[in-house]
Design a protein around this ligand. Structure first.
Ligand code: F6R
Length: 235
């Protein structure tokens, strides 16, 4: 895994956006895997302001809360519309459907849609402080395909800041599995702030464990991790 250390959040965002723009320049019909959360907000701003042509680019998002209406302002669909999709013209955007009634069918549909598109060229990831990627939470075993997951209390607490209270955070999500993430041709991880330093350290520890899902990324042949100085810790 390659690590790039940036001074601060803005530099990390700019560098991350540059890598995505480079990908699109090399392959105008790239399939991007996208993430939500606080970490990529600056990167999406850089993409919006780049003036780049996304018209042949398709995207698949990592995850969506379940159950949650797309129109809810805390849905990842809403987040993506607000941060990117309403501002740039793209060929297509897909996100797991938090309104699906048959979740097994929705998970199957999602994996098949990614496969049919030709697979993800570049997957963007943030890191949960507990090491989750997408909503693949630490556990004795991890799922390969897209699946419904029960969110851990630590993730509910970490995300409660966006909702009126922790009780309002949906208890489940639909997420791409570790198999889906690892199948991406390239992976780009962003981490910013002191509370990510420990997980960044574990990610580069040389040890792989399902109790730290992000540690599995060490098995992928093409991962770039961009951290700011705080997330880089004392190294
Ligand atoms: C978001 C996602 C999550 C976040 C992670 C970090 O689509 O899949 O894994 O990337 O929870 O969130 P932030 O960036 O808010 O610290």
């Amino acid at each position: 895994m390659k690590k790039i250390v940036c001074k601060n959040y803005d530099e990390m965002s700019k560098k991350g956006a540059e890598i995505i723009l480079e990908q699109i320049k090399e392959k105008s019909d790239s399939i991007l895997g996208l993430a939500t959360g606080s970490t990529p907000i600056g990167l999406y701003k850089c993409l919006r302001e780049s003036g780049a042509d996304f018209s042949k680019v398709s995207s698949f998002n990592l995850d969506e809360y379940y159950p949650l209406k797309k129109s809810n302002d805390q849905s990842y669909q809403y987040f993506m519309n607000d941060n990117l999709f309403n501002h740039v013209t793209m060929k297509s955007n897909d996100i797991p459907n938090g309104e699906a009634t048959d979740t097994a069918a929705e998970c199957k549909r999602y994996d098949e849609a990614i496969e049919a598109a030709g697979g993800i060229d570049l997957q963007l990831l943030g890191l949960g402080p507990n090491g989750h990627v997408g909503f693949n939470e630490p556990d004795d075993a991890l799922s390969v395909g897209t699946h419904v997951v029960e969110l851990t209390q630590s993730t509910i607490d970490a995300n409660a800041r966006f909702f009126a209270s922790a009780d309002d955070v949906p208890k489940k999500a639909i997420t791409l599995g570790l198999g889906g993430i690892m199948k991406a041709k390239k992976i780009l991880v962003l981490a910013s702030g002191k509370n990510k330093a420990e997980i960044v350290r574990k990610m580069f520890s040389g040890e792989v464990t399902t109790q730290v899902p992000a540690s599995l990324l060490q098995l992928h042949p093409d991962v770039t991790v961009i951290v700011d100085e705080e997330a880089n810790g004392d190294k």
